[in-house]
Write a protein that binds this ligand. Structure first.
Ligand SMILES: NC(=O)C1=CN([C@@H]2O[C@H](COP(=O)(O)OP(=O)(O)OC[C@H]3O[C@@H](n4cnc5c(N)ncnc54)[C@H](OP(=O)(O)O)[C@@H]3O)[C@@H](O)[C@H]2O)C=CC1
Ligand SMILES: CC(=O)N[C@@H](CCC(=O)OP(=O)(O)O)C(=O)O
Length: 344
């Protein structure tokens, strides 16, 4: 068994990790932290986990955490970088669900996250944990930067095109929507039911911190910059994310769909939906799946619309983190991640 620790076990991605780790056949939860709930039993706070988790929350402590084989950070940005060096030194593997190790350039990190990086020396070493693109790097990594939810949906939605000669020059438009759990559990007025329900709003249209991460992902895949317009939206649902990607590309919808099917044929979590289908977020709710549809607007030459849906908390965060751990430890990549979406 592999002993894992979760730092930030009371937040939304920490709760999702708890759900997945508790059902994973090769993982044992050894440590779970919360400053606010230290001493409280996990199943007292989350009765759904009664009989699944026999632990209480503790204060985050490097000494205790370093006894784990792997530690997940499900914490706000800027926390993992303070504790990761000591954990790595102690021989732990680290997977950060936050953004601390995602951007290669510490100056870019400071510009978008407003704080100086605590361990810029680890940025080169960290593997960017989008397994469909960087499986080899994850396989040998001690430290994984779990991608952001929007960069996951946009990255998977564009990967086959940006690595092919079908992509034409011109900006990619990434029109993205997500549910309120994306903002985390800490109360914010904008995500209160009365503020978010029965309404839809764009935000970050003049610049969102996931833009440099998306640009870095696309540049790495293509070998040159891919101009990107990224506009996120908040929609009144709890989980889910859709990236609607407008891309200039050569070829018919059939040819481009075939390119996607070929690229993702061996991927356990990415599925290209049949011609004419529009994937829905509820098809992947609570699962580690990503469903992708390829369409072509009539009457516009060399233009495609790619639709990619994920669950922001699963493939966009905790599920992908477990997938990365499976790859890092040589486990079957889908272990503990075989959930089927709940419908309706
Ligand atoms: N929500 C989403 O859809 C996604 C989130 N992410 C990223 O994952 C990370 C966690 O997000 P999310 O679960 O939504 O956040 P939440 O706000 O829901 O939870 C944060 C957790 O971190 C703990 N925490 C807060 N401050 C500290 C600290 N200084 N030291 C140790 N623990 C701390 C909190 O518990 P306590 O205060 O009791 O210690 C809590 O358990 C973030 O970096 C987020 O950006 C990534 C992809 C998607
Ligand atoms: C609705 C909402 O606020 N969504 C969040 C999603 C991003 C997120 O979770 O951030 P990381 O993946 O970088 O950790 C946001 O736009 O900030």
């Amino acid at each position: 068994m592999i002993d894992v620790g979760i730092v930030g076990g009371t937040g939304y991605t920490g709760m999702e990790l708890l759900r997945l780790v508790s059902r994973h056949p090769q993982l044992r939860l050894a440590e779970i932290t919360s400053r606010g709930e230290s001493g409280t039993r996990v199943d007292e706070l989350f009765p759904a986990l009664e009989g699944e988790v026999d632990l209480a929350f503790t204060e985050p402590d490097v000494g205790r955490l370093s006894r784990c084989d792997a530690v997940f950070f499900a914490t706000p940005n800027g926390i993992a970088m303070g504790m990761a060096p000591a954990l790595l030194e102690a021989g732990c593997r680290v997977i950060d669900l936050g953004a601390d190790f995602r951007l290669r350039d510490p100056a870019l990190w400071q510009e978008w996250y407003g704080m100086e990086h605590a361990c810029p020396g680890l940025l080169e070493e960290a593997a960017y944990g989008l397994p469909e693109a960087h499986r080899e790097a994850v396989l040998s990594a001690r430290l994984v930067a779990n991608p952001g939810c929007y960069p996951t949906a946009v990255g998977l939605g564009l990967l086959p095109l940006v690595t092919s000669d079908r992509l034409k020059s011109g900006p990619v438009i990434a029109d993205c929507k997500t549910g309120v759990s994306g903002a985390g559990r800490a109360a914010k007025v904008a995500t209160l039911f009365c503020e978010a329900d029965e309404s839809l709003k764009a935000y970050g249209a003049s610049g969102h911190r996931h833009l440099p991460e998306i640009e870095q992902t696309l540049r790495t895949l293509r070998g040159e910059p891919v101009e990107t317009v990224f506009v996120p939206h908040l929609v009144p649902m709890i989980r889910g994310m859709q990236a609607t990607l407008h891309v200039a590309a050569r070829g018919s919808a059939e040819e481009i769909r075939a390119l996607y099917q070929e690229r993702y044929a061996a991927e356990p979590f990415v599925e290209v939906v049949p011609a004419g289908a529009h994937p829905e977020t509820r098809w992947v709710r609570g699962t580690n799946g990503c469903r992708i549809g390829v369409h072509q607007p009539p009457g516009v030459a060399d233009q495609v619309v790619v639709l990619a849906v994920i669950d922001n908390l699963t493939k966009g965060a905790a599920g992908q983190a477990v997938q990365n751990l499976n790859v890092m430890f040589g486990l079957e990549e889908g272990a503990g991640l075989r959930e089927v979406a709940t419908l309706p």
